[in-house]
Design a protein. Structure first.
Length: 141
């Protein structure tokens, strides 16, 4: 799992740096990516690019993984502290989309070393996880 976790850590690093291409290279061509703003999923790398490009014109999200868990079916769940600010760095007020400050579970399904599916779950729903855990801290594998 360590190689998979390292891949996911790089995804978070590149997302926070607004390096779309750095993330897209590790997604499958037919990736299904959860749309945290509007619900549902976007499909394919270019749809992910369009989704993030649109999102970043409205808000400034930052996602920080704090731990990783492997589920019984092989998915990896990243426990993530998500903070979302307006474009001036202020806390959001009265937004109509689903993005807000909270801890969430990001569920990744990999295929041949790339992310094939990404889902978002409420962190409180993470009750059926296997005991294998990896810290999200720097220097941890």
């Amino acid at each position: 799992m360590d190689g998979d976790v390292e891949l996911l850590k790089r995804i978070y690093d590149r997302f926070n740096a607004r390096d779309i291409d750095g993330v897209l290279t590790v997604l499958t061509d037919d990736v299904a990516w959860a749309n945290g703003m509007d619900g549902g999923h976007v499909h394919g790398r270019e749809a992910v690019r369009e989704y993030w490009t649109r999102q970043w014109t409205m808000v400034s999200p930052h996602v920080e993984p704090v731990g990783f868990h492997r589920t019984a079916d092989g998915a990896i769940i990243a426990e993530v502290r998500q903070s979302v600010r307006d474009l001036e760095g202020k806390p959001l007020q009265g937004q109509t989309h689903g993005l807000r400050d909270k801890t969430v579970g990001h569920v990744f399904r990999l295929r041949e070393g790339k992310v094939a599916r990404f889902d978002i779950q409420d962190a409180r729903a993470q009750t059926s996880l296997e005991p294998e855990r990896h810290s999200g801290g720097k220097g941890d594998a």
